[in-house]
Ligand binder design. Structure first.
Ligand code: X8Z
Ligand code: ZN
Length: 636
Protein backbone atom coordinates (compact mmCIF):
# COMPACT_ATOMS: atom_id res chain seq x y z
CA UNK A 1 0.00 0.00 0.00
CA UNK A 2 1.35 3.38 -0.91
CA UNK A 3 1.42 5.62 2.11
CA UNK A 4 0.85 9.28 1.71
CA UNK A 5 1.31 12.12 4.10
CA UNK A 6 -2.10 13.01 5.26
CA UNK A 7 -3.04 14.77 8.41
CA UNK A 8 -6.13 12.65 8.90
CA UNK A 9 -3.85 9.67 9.08
CA UNK A 10 -1.01 11.02 10.98
CA UNK A 11 2.88 12.29 11.13
CA UNK A 12 6.72 12.42 13.21
CA UNK A 13 9.92 13.96 14.08
CA UNK A 14 13.18 12.16 13.60
CA UNK A 15 16.79 12.74 14.26
CA UNK A 16 17.38 16.03 12.62
CA UNK A 17 18.80 19.01 14.41
CA UNK A 18 15.76 19.58 16.46
CA UNK A 19 13.54 16.58 16.75
CA UNK A 20 12.76 14.89 20.00
CA UNK A 21 12.28 16.14 23.48
CA UNK A 22 15.49 17.95 24.03
CA UNK A 23 16.13 19.05 20.54
CA UNK A 24 19.80 18.30 20.67
CA UNK A 25 22.03 20.54 18.72
CA UNK A 26 23.97 17.91 16.88
CA UNK A 27 20.96 15.75 16.15
CA UNK A 28 22.83 12.62 17.12
CA UNK A 29 21.38 10.53 19.89
CA UNK A 30 24.53 10.77 21.88
CA UNK A 31 27.92 9.56 22.88
CA UNK A 32 30.42 7.05 21.79
CA UNK A 33 30.94 3.53 22.91
CA UNK A 34 34.50 3.88 24.03
CA UNK A 35 35.46 2.46 27.37
CA UNK A 36 35.88 5.20 29.95
CA UNK A 37 39.26 6.60 30.86
CA UNK A 38 41.14 5.20 27.90
CA UNK A 39 43.60 7.44 26.17
CA UNK A 40 42.43 6.45 22.74
CA UNK A 41 38.89 5.13 22.50
CA UNK A 42 38.82 1.83 20.65
CA UNK A 43 36.85 1.30 17.53
CA UNK A 44 33.35 0.36 18.50
CA UNK A 45 32.88 -3.41 18.39
CA UNK A 46 30.80 -4.48 15.41
CA UNK A 47 31.62 -1.34 13.44
CA UNK A 48 30.69 -1.74 9.77
CA UNK A 49 33.24 -2.96 7.29
CA UNK A 50 34.89 -0.14 5.38
CA UNK A 51 32.88 0.96 2.36
CA UNK A 52 34.48 0.43 -1.04
CA UNK A 53 35.76 3.82 -2.05
CA UNK A 54 38.30 4.97 -4.59
CA UNK A 55 40.74 5.66 -1.79
CA UNK A 56 40.72 2.15 -0.39
CA UNK A 57 40.48 0.49 -3.79
CA UNK A 58 43.93 1.87 -4.49
CA UNK A 59 45.12 -0.18 -1.53
CA UNK A 60 46.47 2.81 0.36
CA UNK A 61 45.66 2.80 4.05
CA UNK A 62 44.05 6.04 5.16
CA UNK A 63 46.08 8.22 7.47
CA UNK A 64 45.30 9.94 10.77
CA UNK A 65 45.37 13.28 8.98
CA UNK A 66 42.74 12.04 6.53
CA UNK A 67 40.60 10.87 9.44
CA UNK A 68 40.82 14.29 11.09
CA UNK A 69 39.96 16.00 7.81
CA UNK A 70 37.02 13.64 7.25
CA UNK A 71 35.65 14.37 10.72
CA UNK A 72 36.03 18.12 10.28
CA UNK A 73 34.20 18.00 6.97
CA UNK A 74 31.46 15.78 8.42
CA UNK A 75 30.96 18.27 11.25
CA UNK A 76 30.68 21.12 8.78
CA UNK A 77 28.10 19.30 6.66
CA UNK A 78 26.06 18.11 9.63
CA UNK A 79 26.03 21.54 11.28
CA UNK A 80 24.61 23.09 8.14
CA UNK A 81 22.11 20.31 7.49
CA UNK A 82 20.96 20.15 11.11
CA UNK A 83 20.17 23.85 11.23
CA UNK A 84 18.06 23.49 8.11
CA UNK A 85 16.28 20.35 9.30
CA UNK A 86 15.85 21.90 12.74
CA UNK A 87 14.14 25.02 11.45
CA UNK A 88 11.86 22.96 9.23
CA UNK A 89 11.03 20.70 12.19
CA UNK A 90 10.23 23.77 14.30
CA UNK A 91 7.84 25.05 11.67
CA UNK A 92 6.09 21.67 11.44
CA UNK A 93 5.88 21.25 15.24
CA UNK A 94 4.38 24.71 15.70
CA UNK A 95 2.03 24.55 12.71
CA UNK A 96 1.04 21.06 11.58
CA UNK A 97 -0.36 21.04 8.06
CA UNK A 98 -0.05 18.78 5.05
CA UNK A 99 2.67 21.02 3.67
CA UNK A 100 4.77 21.37 6.81
CA UNK A 101 4.59 17.60 7.26
CA UNK A 102 5.75 17.19 3.68
CA UNK A 103 8.62 19.60 4.23
CA UNK A 104 9.71 17.98 7.47
CA UNK A 105 9.65 14.49 6.01
CA UNK A 106 11.80 15.68 3.10
CA UNK A 107 14.30 17.50 5.34
CA UNK A 108 14.54 14.56 7.73
CA UNK A 109 15.01 12.08 4.91
CA UNK A 110 17.92 14.15 3.59
CA UNK A 111 19.42 14.48 7.06
CA UNK A 112 19.18 10.73 7.65
CA UNK A 113 20.75 10.00 4.27
CA UNK A 114 23.64 12.29 5.09
CA UNK A 115 24.09 10.82 8.58
CA UNK A 116 24.03 7.24 7.29
CA UNK A 117 26.47 8.04 4.49
CA UNK A 118 28.90 9.61 6.96
CA UNK A 119 28.46 6.70 9.39
CA UNK A 120 29.42 4.24 6.66
CA UNK A 121 32.37 6.33 5.52
CA UNK A 122 33.65 6.63 9.08
CA UNK A 123 34.36 2.89 8.97
CA UNK A 124 37.27 3.57 6.62
CA UNK A 125 39.22 4.71 9.63
CA UNK A 126 38.56 1.68 11.85
CA UNK A 127 42.17 0.54 11.73
CA UNK A 128 43.81 3.92 11.78
CA UNK A 129 45.43 5.13 14.95
CA UNK A 130 43.93 8.54 15.63
CA UNK A 131 43.82 10.97 18.56
CA UNK A 132 41.16 10.47 21.24
CA UNK A 133 38.91 13.27 19.99
CA UNK A 134 38.86 12.01 16.44
CA UNK A 135 38.07 8.42 17.49
CA UNK A 136 35.31 9.63 19.77
CA UNK A 137 33.78 11.66 16.96
CA UNK A 138 34.04 8.74 14.51
CA UNK A 139 32.22 6.59 17.05
CA UNK A 140 29.52 9.22 17.59
CA UNK A 141 29.02 9.37 13.83
CA UNK A 142 28.42 5.62 13.69
CA UNK A 143 26.28 5.19 16.79
CA UNK A 144 24.36 8.39 17.19
CA UNK A 145 21.52 8.07 14.69
CA UNK A 146 18.23 7.50 16.50
CA UNK A 147 16.58 5.72 13.56
CA UNK A 148 19.00 4.84 10.76
CA UNK A 149 17.66 4.09 7.29
CA UNK A 150 19.22 1.36 5.17
CA UNK A 151 21.43 2.56 2.37
CA UNK A 152 19.04 2.02 -0.54
CA UNK A 153 16.92 4.39 -2.58
CA UNK A 154 13.61 5.33 -1.01
CA UNK A 155 14.26 3.97 2.49
CA UNK A 156 15.10 7.25 4.19
CA UNK A 157 12.07 8.87 2.58
CA UNK A 158 9.70 6.13 3.67
CA UNK A 159 11.10 6.20 7.19
CA UNK A 160 10.83 9.98 7.43
CA UNK A 161 7.26 9.99 6.13
CA UNK A 162 6.29 7.43 8.75
CA UNK A 163 7.95 9.25 11.64
CA UNK A 164 6.44 12.60 10.68
CA UNK A 165 3.03 10.94 10.35
CA UNK A 166 3.30 9.18 13.73
CA UNK A 167 4.35 12.31 15.58
CA UNK A 168 1.62 14.44 14.01
CA UNK A 169 -1.07 11.85 14.68
CA UNK A 170 -0.17 11.99 18.35
CA UNK A 171 -0.01 15.79 18.41
CA UNK A 172 -3.38 16.25 16.76
CA UNK A 173 -5.10 13.45 18.68
CA UNK A 174 -8.53 14.23 20.15
CA UNK A 175 -11.38 12.09 21.41
CA UNK A 176 -15.00 12.52 22.26
CA UNK A 177 -15.77 13.17 25.87
CA UNK A 178 -19.20 14.22 27.12
CA UNK A 179 -20.21 15.17 23.62
CA UNK A 180 -17.12 17.27 22.85
CA UNK A 181 -13.82 16.56 21.17
CA UNK A 182 -11.05 17.15 23.71
CA UNK A 183 -7.25 17.34 23.49
CA UNK A 184 -4.65 15.62 25.64
CA UNK A 185 -4.04 18.72 27.76
CA UNK A 186 -7.77 19.06 28.45
CA UNK A 187 -8.08 15.38 29.29
CA UNK A 188 -4.98 15.51 31.52
CA UNK A 189 -6.36 18.42 33.48
CA UNK A 190 -9.66 16.66 34.16
CA UNK A 191 -7.87 13.42 35.03
CA UNK A 192 -5.56 15.18 37.50
CA UNK A 193 -8.50 16.53 39.49
CA UNK A 194 -11.14 13.82 39.01
CA UNK A 195 -11.91 11.47 41.89
CA UNK A 196 -14.67 9.67 39.99
CA UNK A 197 -13.46 6.23 38.79
CA UNK A 198 -16.01 6.16 35.96
CA UNK A 199 -14.67 9.46 34.71
CA UNK A 200 -10.98 8.54 35.05
CA UNK A 201 -11.65 5.26 33.20
CA UNK A 202 -13.38 7.11 30.35
CA UNK A 203 -10.48 9.53 30.03
CA UNK A 204 -7.85 6.79 30.20
CA UNK A 205 -9.60 4.74 27.53
CA UNK A 206 -10.63 7.75 25.47
CA UNK A 207 -7.09 9.03 25.00
CA UNK A 208 -5.99 5.57 23.89
CA UNK A 209 -8.42 5.65 20.97
CA UNK A 210 -6.00 7.94 19.13
CA UNK A 211 -3.29 5.31 18.73
CA UNK A 212 -4.56 2.09 17.04
CA UNK A 213 -4.15 3.89 13.70
CA UNK A 214 -0.39 4.06 14.38
CA UNK A 215 0.25 0.33 14.71
CA UNK A 216 0.97 -0.51 11.05
CA UNK A 217 3.25 2.47 10.60
CA UNK A 218 5.10 1.58 13.77
CA UNK A 219 5.62 -2.01 12.64
CA UNK A 220 6.98 -0.90 9.28
CA UNK A 221 9.21 1.69 10.94
CA UNK A 222 10.77 -0.95 13.18
CA UNK A 223 11.63 -3.08 10.14
CA UNK A 224 13.21 -0.25 8.18
CA UNK A 225 15.25 1.15 11.06
CA UNK A 226 16.44 -2.31 12.13
CA UNK A 227 17.74 -2.92 8.64
CA UNK A 228 19.57 0.40 8.85
CA UNK A 229 21.04 -0.50 12.25
CA UNK A 230 22.28 -3.87 10.96
CA UNK A 231 24.03 -2.22 8.05
CA UNK A 232 25.90 -0.13 10.60
CA UNK A 233 27.02 -3.25 12.48
CA UNK A 234 24.44 -3.37 15.31
CA UNK A 235 22.16 -6.28 16.18
CA UNK A 236 19.13 -3.97 16.05
CA UNK A 237 18.05 -0.41 16.87
CA UNK A 238 17.76 -1.18 20.60
CA UNK A 239 21.40 -2.31 20.73
CA UNK A 240 22.34 0.87 18.88
CA UNK A 241 20.56 3.00 21.48
CA UNK A 242 22.25 1.09 24.31
CA UNK A 243 25.65 1.73 22.73
CA UNK A 244 25.56 5.42 23.67
CA UNK A 245 26.80 5.16 27.23
CA UNK A 246 30.57 4.64 27.04
CA UNK A 247 30.17 0.94 27.67
CA UNK A 248 29.03 -2.17 25.81
CA UNK A 249 25.25 -2.32 25.12
CA UNK A 250 24.83 -5.41 27.33
CA UNK A 251 26.77 -3.81 30.15
CA UNK A 252 24.49 -0.80 29.94
CA UNK A 253 21.36 -2.95 30.20
CA UNK A 254 22.89 -4.63 33.27
CA UNK A 255 23.69 -1.20 34.70
CA UNK A 256 20.03 -0.18 34.52
CA UNK A 257 19.12 -3.46 36.26
CA UNK A 258 21.60 -2.67 39.01
CA UNK A 259 20.21 0.83 39.54
CA UNK A 260 16.62 -0.45 39.51
CA UNK A 261 17.43 -3.10 42.11
CA UNK A 262 18.75 -0.33 44.37
CA UNK A 263 15.41 1.52 44.31
CA UNK A 264 12.84 -1.22 43.71
CA UNK A 265 12.13 -1.96 47.41
CA UNK A 266 11.36 1.69 47.98
CA UNK A 267 8.97 1.75 45.01
CA UNK A 268 7.20 -1.32 46.38
CA UNK A 269 6.83 0.42 49.72
CA UNK A 270 5.24 3.45 48.04
CA UNK A 271 3.02 1.25 45.85
CA UNK A 272 1.80 -0.63 48.91
CA UNK A 273 0.94 2.53 50.85
CA UNK A 274 -0.81 4.21 47.89
CA UNK A 275 -2.82 1.05 47.16
CA UNK A 276 -4.10 0.98 50.73
CA UNK A 277 -5.19 4.60 50.59
CA UNK A 278 -6.92 4.10 47.23
CA UNK A 279 -8.70 1.05 48.64
CA UNK A 280 -9.85 3.13 51.60
CA UNK A 281 -11.06 5.90 49.30
CA UNK A 282 -12.73 3.95 46.52
CA UNK A 283 -13.54 0.54 48.06
CA UNK A 284 -12.59 -2.94 46.95
CA UNK A 285 -14.79 -2.89 43.85
CA UNK A 286 -12.65 -0.15 42.38
CA UNK A 287 -9.30 -0.82 44.04
CA UNK A 288 -8.74 -4.07 45.93
CA UNK A 289 -6.35 -4.04 48.87
CA UNK A 290 -3.98 -6.48 47.17
CA UNK A 291 -2.52 -7.00 43.71
CA UNK A 292 -1.89 -4.27 41.15
CA UNK A 293 -3.19 -0.70 41.26
CA UNK A 294 -5.73 0.54 38.72
CA UNK A 295 -3.72 2.82 36.48
CA UNK A 296 -6.34 5.52 35.91
CA UNK A 297 -6.64 6.35 39.62
CA UNK A 298 -3.19 7.93 39.86
CA UNK A 299 -3.86 11.39 38.42
CA UNK A 300 -1.70 11.09 35.31
CA UNK A 301 -2.53 9.78 31.84
CA UNK A 302 0.32 7.24 31.94
CA UNK A 303 0.48 6.84 35.74
CA UNK A 304 4.08 7.99 35.49
CA UNK A 305 3.95 10.70 38.19
CA UNK A 306 1.36 10.51 40.94
CA UNK A 307 1.72 13.90 42.63
CA UNK A 308 -1.74 14.98 41.47
CA UNK A 309 -3.43 12.57 43.88
CA UNK A 310 -1.55 13.80 46.93
CA UNK A 311 -4.85 14.81 48.56
CA UNK A 312 -6.12 11.22 48.25
CA UNK A 313 -3.08 9.62 49.86
CA UNK A 314 -2.04 12.39 52.30
CA UNK A 315 -0.81 11.07 55.65
CA UNK A 316 -3.46 10.53 58.30
CA UNK A 317 -0.80 10.95 60.92
CA UNK A 318 2.62 12.55 60.67
CA UNK A 319 1.63 16.07 59.68
CA UNK A 320 -0.39 17.79 56.97
CA UNK A 321 0.79 19.90 54.09
CA UNK A 322 -0.02 23.59 54.44
CA UNK A 323 0.01 24.38 50.73
CA UNK A 324 -0.76 23.12 47.26
CA UNK A 325 1.65 24.21 44.52
CA UNK A 326 -1.04 24.76 41.87
CA UNK A 327 -3.07 26.89 44.28
CA UNK A 328 -0.02 28.99 45.17
CA UNK A 329 0.57 29.78 41.50
CA UNK A 330 -3.06 30.57 40.81
CA UNK A 331 -3.42 32.73 43.93
CA UNK A 332 -0.27 34.67 43.03
CA UNK A 333 -1.73 35.35 39.58
CA UNK A 334 1.00 33.58 37.69
CA UNK A 335 0.62 33.24 33.96
CA UNK A 336 2.63 31.03 31.62
CA UNK A 337 5.28 33.65 30.88
CA UNK A 338 5.74 34.44 34.55
CA UNK A 339 6.37 30.76 35.20
CA UNK A 340 9.13 30.75 32.57
CA UNK A 341 10.61 34.03 33.86
CA UNK A 342 10.63 32.53 37.35
CA UNK A 343 12.46 29.47 36.03
CA UNK A 344 15.01 31.68 34.28
CA UNK A 345 15.48 33.57 37.56
CA UNK A 346 16.68 30.42 39.26
CA UNK A 347 19.36 29.82 36.65
CA UNK A 348 20.56 33.42 36.66
CA UNK A 349 20.78 33.28 40.47
CA UNK A 350 23.46 30.64 39.92
CA UNK A 351 25.44 33.13 37.86
CA UNK A 352 24.36 31.69 34.51
CA UNK A 353 23.60 34.06 31.64
CA UNK A 354 20.02 35.28 31.12
CA UNK A 355 18.17 33.85 28.14
CA UNK A 356 18.69 35.78 24.90
CA UNK A 357 15.96 38.15 23.68
CA UNK A 358 15.34 35.77 20.79
CA UNK A 359 14.26 33.11 23.29
CA UNK A 360 11.34 35.33 24.29
CA UNK A 361 10.55 36.37 20.73
CA UNK A 362 10.63 32.89 19.20
CA UNK A 363 9.55 30.39 21.85
CA UNK A 364 6.07 28.89 21.90
CA UNK A 365 5.08 29.21 25.55
CA UNK A 366 1.32 28.63 25.28
CA UNK A 367 -0.86 26.71 22.84
CA UNK A 368 -1.63 29.01 19.93
CA UNK A 369 -5.18 29.28 18.69
CA UNK A 370 -6.28 28.30 15.25
CA UNK A 371 -3.57 25.82 14.36
CA UNK A 372 -2.36 22.36 15.30
CA UNK A 373 0.93 22.10 17.24
CA UNK A 374 2.98 19.52 19.12
CA UNK A 375 2.20 20.32 22.74
CA UNK A 376 4.56 17.83 24.36
CA UNK A 377 7.15 20.12 25.96
CA UNK A 378 10.58 20.37 24.35
CA UNK A 379 13.66 22.59 24.29
CA UNK A 380 15.39 23.50 21.05
CA UNK A 381 18.73 24.78 19.85
CA UNK A 382 18.11 25.93 16.30
CA UNK A 383 21.50 27.25 15.22
CA UNK A 384 23.84 25.16 17.38
CA UNK A 385 24.80 28.35 19.13
CA UNK A 386 22.46 30.96 20.53
CA UNK A 387 18.98 30.47 19.06
CA UNK A 388 17.53 28.45 21.95
CA UNK A 389 13.81 28.14 22.60
CA UNK A 390 11.19 26.13 24.37
CA UNK A 391 7.99 24.83 22.88
CA UNK A 392 5.28 24.21 25.44
CA UNK A 393 1.55 24.59 25.94
CA UNK A 394 2.13 25.80 29.48
CA UNK A 395 -0.67 25.74 31.98
CA UNK A 396 -0.52 27.35 35.40
CA UNK A 397 -0.16 24.28 37.59
CA UNK A 398 2.35 22.29 39.61
CA UNK A 399 3.16 19.90 36.75
CA UNK A 400 4.16 22.71 34.42
CA UNK A 401 6.08 24.56 37.14
CA UNK A 402 8.30 21.47 37.18
CA UNK A 403 8.32 21.18 33.36
CA UNK A 404 9.41 24.79 32.85
CA UNK A 405 12.49 24.23 35.01
CA UNK A 406 13.10 20.94 33.19
CA UNK A 407 12.99 22.50 29.72
CA UNK A 408 15.13 25.48 30.64
CA UNK A 409 17.73 23.02 31.93
CA UNK A 410 18.07 21.72 28.36
CA UNK A 411 18.57 25.25 27.02
CA UNK A 412 21.12 26.07 29.69
CA UNK A 413 23.09 22.93 28.83
CA UNK A 414 22.93 23.75 25.11
CA UNK A 415 24.35 27.19 25.74
CA UNK A 416 27.06 25.85 28.03
CA UNK A 417 28.48 23.55 25.35
CA UNK A 418 27.96 25.88 22.41
CA UNK A 419 31.70 26.31 21.85
CA UNK A 420 32.35 22.58 21.59
CA UNK A 421 32.89 21.12 18.11
CA UNK A 422 29.63 20.06 16.49
CA UNK A 423 29.80 16.36 17.37
CA UNK A 424 30.43 17.14 21.04
CA UNK A 425 27.48 19.52 21.34
CA UNK A 426 25.38 17.14 23.38
CA UNK A 427 24.88 15.86 26.90
CA UNK A 428 27.61 13.75 28.53
CA UNK A 429 24.97 11.11 27.97
CA UNK A 430 21.27 11.67 27.33
CA UNK A 431 20.41 11.11 31.00
CA UNK A 432 22.56 14.14 31.87
CA UNK A 433 20.54 16.27 29.49
CA UNK A 434 17.33 15.29 31.22
CA UNK A 435 18.78 15.69 34.71
CA UNK A 436 19.94 19.34 34.54
CA UNK A 437 16.55 21.00 34.91
CA UNK A 438 15.31 18.35 37.30
CA UNK A 439 18.31 18.98 39.53
CA UNK A 440 17.48 22.68 39.63
CA UNK A 441 13.83 21.76 40.20
CA UNK A 442 14.75 19.91 43.41
CA UNK A 443 15.81 23.25 44.91
CA UNK A 444 13.03 25.21 43.19
CA UNK A 445 10.37 23.06 44.86
CA UNK A 446 11.67 23.58 48.40
CA UNK A 447 9.40 25.68 50.63
CA UNK A 448 12.43 27.84 51.47
CA UNK A 449 12.80 28.87 47.84
CA UNK A 450 9.06 29.29 47.30
CA UNK A 451 9.12 31.60 50.28
CA UNK A 452 12.13 33.54 48.93
CA UNK A 453 10.31 34.31 45.69
CA UNK A 454 7.15 35.30 47.51
CA UNK A 455 4.96 32.35 46.56
CA UNK A 456 4.73 30.88 50.04
CA UNK A 457 4.15 33.03 53.07
CA UNK A 458 5.66 30.82 55.71
CA UNK A 459 8.29 28.12 55.57
CA UNK A 460 6.76 25.07 57.21
CA UNK A 461 8.54 23.37 60.09
CA UNK A 462 9.85 19.83 60.36
CA UNK A 463 6.30 18.56 60.98
CA UNK A 464 5.70 18.98 57.24
CA UNK A 465 8.70 16.89 56.22
CA UNK A 466 6.73 13.68 55.67
CA UNK A 467 3.95 15.35 53.65
CA UNK A 468 6.59 17.13 51.56
CA UNK A 469 8.62 13.98 50.98
CA UNK A 470 5.49 12.01 50.13
CA UNK A 471 4.57 14.58 47.49
CA UNK A 472 8.06 14.38 46.01
CA UNK A 473 8.07 10.57 46.09
CA UNK A 474 4.72 10.43 44.31
CA UNK A 475 6.47 12.10 41.40
CA UNK A 476 10.06 10.95 41.62
CA UNK A 477 9.88 7.42 43.02
CA UNK A 478 6.68 6.52 41.19
CA UNK A 479 8.39 7.54 37.95
CA UNK A 480 11.30 5.09 38.20
CA UNK A 481 9.65 1.87 36.94
CA UNK A 482 7.90 3.82 34.19
CA UNK A 483 11.25 5.30 33.18
CA UNK A 484 12.52 1.78 32.77
CA UNK A 485 9.59 -0.02 31.24
CA UNK A 486 9.12 2.14 28.13
CA UNK A 487 12.46 1.16 26.58
CA UNK A 488 12.31 -2.38 27.97
CA UNK A 489 9.25 -2.64 25.73
CA UNK A 490 11.05 -1.01 22.81
CA UNK A 491 14.23 -3.05 23.24
CA UNK A 492 12.11 -6.22 22.91
CA UNK A 493 10.24 -4.81 19.92
CA UNK A 494 13.44 -3.91 18.09
CA UNK A 495 15.11 -7.24 18.89
CA UNK A 496 12.08 -9.17 17.60
CA UNK A 497 11.46 -10.74 21.02
CA UNK A 498 8.04 -9.03 20.86
CA UNK A 499 6.22 -9.46 17.54
CA UNK A 500 3.72 -6.91 16.17
CA UNK A 501 0.70 -8.97 17.25
CA UNK A 502 2.09 -8.92 20.80
CA UNK A 503 2.82 -5.18 20.95
CA UNK A 504 -0.07 -4.25 23.20
CA UNK A 505 0.01 -7.27 25.48
CA UNK A 506 3.74 -6.78 26.00
CA UNK A 507 3.12 -3.15 26.97
CA UNK A 508 0.48 -4.17 29.53
CA UNK A 509 2.78 -6.93 30.78
CA UNK A 510 5.56 -4.38 31.38
CA UNK A 511 3.16 -2.08 33.23
CA UNK A 512 2.33 -4.98 35.50
CA UNK A 513 5.88 -6.25 35.90
CA UNK A 514 7.64 -2.95 36.61
CA UNK A 515 4.91 -0.62 37.89
CA UNK A 516 2.43 -3.09 39.39
CA UNK A 517 -0.42 -1.44 37.46
CA UNK A 518 -3.35 -2.63 35.34
CA UNK A 519 -5.57 -0.72 32.90
CA UNK A 520 -9.07 0.03 34.23
CA UNK A 521 -10.66 -2.57 31.94
CA UNK A 522 -9.90 -5.02 29.14
CA UNK A 523 -8.11 -3.44 26.23
CA UNK A 524 -9.71 -3.76 22.78
CA UNK A 525 -8.17 -6.14 20.23
CA UNK A 526 -6.84 -3.30 18.10
CA UNK A 527 -5.31 -1.35 21.04
CA UNK A 528 -1.86 0.13 20.57
CA UNK A 529 -1.41 1.73 23.98
CA UNK A 530 2.32 2.47 23.53
CA UNK A 531 1.31 4.91 20.78
CA UNK A 532 -0.60 6.99 23.33
CA UNK A 533 2.66 7.95 25.06
CA UNK A 534 4.47 10.75 23.25
CA UNK A 535 7.94 9.20 23.12
CA UNK A 536 6.78 6.13 21.17
CA UNK A 537 5.34 7.93 18.12
CA UNK A 538 7.92 10.69 18.75
CA UNK A 539 10.77 8.14 18.73
CA UNK A 540 12.53 9.64 21.71
CA UNK A 541 14.55 7.10 23.69
CA UNK A 542 13.26 6.89 27.25
CA UNK A 543 15.91 5.26 29.47
CA UNK A 544 17.39 8.75 29.68
CA UNK A 545 14.62 9.75 32.11
CA UNK A 546 15.25 6.77 34.33
CA UNK A 547 18.92 7.75 34.50
CA UNK A 548 18.01 11.39 35.08
CA UNK A 549 15.89 10.43 38.07
CA UNK A 550 19.00 8.88 39.63
CA UNK A 551 21.55 11.49 38.48
CA UNK A 552 19.52 14.52 39.61
CA UNK A 553 19.75 13.33 43.23
CA UNK A 554 23.49 12.73 42.86
CA UNK A 555 23.89 16.30 41.56
CA UNK A 556 21.69 17.62 44.36
CA UNK A 557 23.60 15.80 47.10
CA UNK A 558 26.96 16.93 45.67
CA UNK A 559 25.79 20.56 45.34
CA UNK A 560 24.46 20.58 48.90
CA UNK A 561 27.77 19.19 50.14
CA UNK A 562 29.57 21.93 48.22
CA UNK A 563 27.60 24.65 49.99
CA UNK A 564 28.29 23.01 53.35
CA UNK A 565 24.66 22.01 53.94
CA UNK A 566 24.30 19.73 56.94
CA UNK A 567 20.51 19.57 57.25
CA UNK A 568 18.20 17.07 55.57
CA UNK A 569 18.76 16.89 51.82
CA UNK A 570 15.16 17.62 50.92
CA UNK A 571 15.36 21.02 52.60
CA UNK A 572 18.51 22.08 50.79
CA UNK A 573 18.25 24.76 48.10
CA UNK A 574 21.15 26.03 46.02
CA UNK A 575 19.25 29.15 44.93
CA UNK A 576 21.60 32.11 44.60
CA UNK A 577 24.79 30.10 44.93
CA UNK A 578 27.15 31.21 42.19
CA UNK A 579 30.01 28.94 43.26
CA UNK A 580 27.83 25.89 42.67
CA UNK A 581 26.66 27.42 39.40
CA UNK A 582 30.24 27.84 38.23
CA UNK A 583 31.16 24.27 39.01
CA UNK A 584 27.99 22.95 37.44
CA UNK A 585 28.61 24.99 34.33
CA UNK A 586 32.12 23.57 34.08
CA UNK A 587 30.59 20.11 33.85
CA UNK A 588 28.03 21.26 31.30
CA UNK A 589 30.66 22.99 29.15
CA UNK A 590 32.29 19.62 28.55
CA UNK A 591 29.27 18.59 26.47
CA UNK A 592 29.88 15.15 25.08
CA UNK A 593 33.62 15.61 24.64
CA UNK A 594 34.62 13.11 27.34
CA UNK A 595 33.16 9.78 28.53
CA UNK A 596 30.25 10.59 30.85
CA UNK A 597 31.90 9.22 34.03
CA UNK A 598 34.39 12.08 33.73
CA UNK A 599 31.60 14.66 33.59
CA UNK A 600 29.92 13.00 36.57
CA UNK A 601 33.24 13.07 38.43
CA UNK A 602 33.80 16.74 37.64
CA UNK A 603 30.72 17.75 39.61
CA UNK A 604 30.06 14.95 42.08
CA UNK A 605 33.40 13.24 42.66
CA UNK A 606 31.67 9.98 41.67
CA UNK A 607 32.26 8.06 38.46
CA UNK A 608 29.09 5.96 38.37
CA UNK A 609 25.34 6.26 38.61
CA UNK A 610 24.43 5.74 42.26
CA UNK A 611 20.96 5.46 43.72
CA UNK A 612 22.22 6.00 47.27
CA UNK A 613 21.59 9.75 46.83
CA UNK A 614 17.89 9.16 46.18
CA UNK A 615 17.83 6.84 49.20
CA UNK A 616 19.48 9.53 51.35
CA UNK A 617 17.01 12.17 50.22
CA UNK A 618 13.96 10.04 50.97
CA UNK A 619 15.29 8.13 54.00
CA UNK A 620 12.77 9.55 56.54
CA UNK A 621 9.87 8.79 54.22
CA UNK A 622 10.99 5.24 53.54
CA UNK A 623 11.06 4.57 57.28
CA UNK A 624 7.62 6.13 57.66
CA UNK A 625 6.19 4.10 54.78
CA UNK A 626 7.57 0.90 56.24
CA UNK A 627 5.70 1.68 59.47
CA UNK A 628 2.48 2.47 57.61
CA UNK A 629 2.69 -0.79 55.67
CA UNK A 630 3.24 -2.95 58.73
CA UNK A 631 1.21 -6.13 58.52
CA UNK A 632 0.37 -5.54 54.85
CA UNK A 633 1.03 -8.04 52.14
CA UNK A 634 2.98 -5.71 49.83
CA UNK A 635 3.83 -6.43 46.19
CA UNK A 636 1.40 -7.52 43.49
O1 X8Z B 1 9.28 14.29 28.04
C1 X8Z B 1 9.65 14.87 29.05
C2 X8Z B 1 10.01 16.34 28.99
C3 X8Z B 1 10.65 16.71 27.71
S1 X8Z B 1 12.21 16.01 27.49
C4 X8Z B 1 8.77 17.18 29.18
N1 X8Z B 1 9.66 14.23 30.24
C5 X8Z B 1 9.27 12.83 30.35
C6 X8Z B 1 7.80 12.65 30.06
O2 X8Z B 1 7.06 13.64 30.04
O3 X8Z B 1 7.36 11.52 29.87
C7 X8Z B 1 10.10 14.79 31.51
C8 X8Z B 1 9.88 13.70 32.52
C9 X8Z B 1 9.59 12.44 31.77
ZN1 ZN C 1 13.67 16.78 28.75
Amino acid sequence: MKRTLTITVAVGALVAGAAGCAALSNGMSGNDGAAPQVANSPVRPGAPAPALTEANLTGQAPTAAEAAAFVADAERQLAEASEYAGRVAWVRATNITYDTMWLEAKANAEYTELSVKLANEAARFNDVEVPFDVRRKLNILTQGIVLPAPNKPGSATELAEITTRLDSTYATGKFEYKGEMITLDEASQILAASRDPAETKALYEGWRTISPVMADDYTRMVDIANEGARELGFDDVGAMWRSGYDMEPDAFAAETDRLWSQVQPFYENLHCYVRTRLFETYGADVQPDSGPIRADLLGNMWSQQWGNIYDVVAPKTGGTSSYDMTELLVEADYDAEKMVRTGEGFYTSLGLAPLPDTFWQRSQITRPEGREVVCHASAWDLDNHEDVRIKMCTQVNADDFYTVHHELGHNVYQRAYKDQPFLFKNGANDGFHEAIGDFVGLSALTPTYLNQIGLLEQVPGADEDIPFLLKMALDKIAFLPFGLMVDRWRWDVFSGETSPDEYNDAWSANMLKYQGLVPPGDRPDNAFDPGAKYHIPGNTPYTRYFLAHIYQFQFHRAACEQIGWTGPLHRCSIYGNEAVGERFNAMMEMGQSRPWPEAMYAFTGQRTGDASAIADYFAPLNTWLTEQNEGKDCGW
